[in-house]
Ligand binder design. Structure first.
Ligand SMILES: [Zn+2]
Length: 279
């Protein structure tokens, strides 16, 4: 699999593609006359540092801040690579602060996984993303600029909006909206909750997200771990599929799986919703 690649998304937005080998998510960069806002701090300082080097090599304006989409390690642990303020919701800052209080040597990490404080899924990724000495010396930056529900970052000729949308994956999920190119960074907001066996979605969680996302009409939509950038049609189809899965589970309950047979992605969403409603 190729490593993260630098890619322009629109005239004022670039991205760094995700890398599933260590669960590195997509990183974004939005530039205005007042500088560049980076979307997500990345899995490690090496991850964000590599993106920052690409931004500099492409002549982008200096990075003025980092905005986090949620507290999960792969989106927040790399912020120390850049000496700029980190902006996040109050809930995200609280989540990062908890992580900053932990030790990250392998033994501590494995102990927390056994205690259920860490996802088993994340352990091999954290071990591969860092050397043991890098992880032991990890400095996790707790966001210094926080907001409750909504925050605007003025980049001069564009104003980027951060909006708390929540959802099942992480209740602190924030989306980042660049209105002139109509680019929407969704982070992991639309994904399922990983803290369950099986992983799950809930009707209330998905319906609430769909309501809070209704005001955005992106030309380009980026999900945290998707290789592709969705255009307007692909994004509309993604939301329509979530809506259809909710409709099926509301109408048919546990029998909704039979209704979704033949459509693998729809069946997966229905299965996650059925699992969530069973809880
Ligand atoms: Zn996440």
């Amino acid at each position: 699999m190729p490593p993260c690649r630098f890619e322009p998304v629109s005239p004022r937005v670039d991205r760094f593609t995700p890398d599933e080998r260590t669960d590195r998510p997509v990183l974004g960069a939005i530039r205005g006359t007042a500088g560049t806002l980076v979307v997500d701090g990345g899995a490690s300082p090496a991850h964000l540092g590599a993106f920052a080097a690409e931004l500099a090599a492409h002549g982008r304006p200096p990075v003025v801040a980092i905005a986090l989409t949620h507290w999960h390690w792969d989106h927040s642990f790399g912020s120390a690579a850049l000496d700029v303020p980190v902006i996040a919701s109050e809930a995200t800052a609280a989540g990062v602060a908890v992580q900053a209080g932990y030790a990250w040597d392998e033994a501590s990490l494995r102990r927390r996984a056994e205690e259920g404080l860490e996802l088993a899924f994340s352990v091999p990724h954290l071990l591969a993303e860092y050397t043991e000495s890098e992880r032991a010396a990890l400095r996790i930056v707790v966001p210094q600029v926080t907001f409750a529900d909504r925050h605007v970052v003025d980049l001069g000729d564009t104003a980027v909006e951060l909006v708390l949308v929540g959802g099942d994956h992480a209740d602190d999920s924030v989306v980042v909206w660049e209105p002139s190119d109509r680019v929407l960074f969704l982070g992991d907001a639309l994904y399922q909750c990983l803290w369950g066996d099986p992983e799950y979605l809930t009707l209330a969680g998905v319906r609430g997200l769909l309501d809070r996302l209704a005001r955005f009409d992106p030309a380009h939509a980026l999900e945290g771990h998707d290789e592709e950038v969705a255009d307007a049609d692909a994004y509309a189809a993604r939301l329509a599929q979530l809506r259809r899965a909710c409709d099926l589970v509301e109408a048919h309950g546990e029998d909704a799986l039979a209704e979704a047979a033949g459509d693998e992605l729809l069946a997966e969403l229905v299965g996650q919703l059925v699992a969530g409603e069973r809880r």
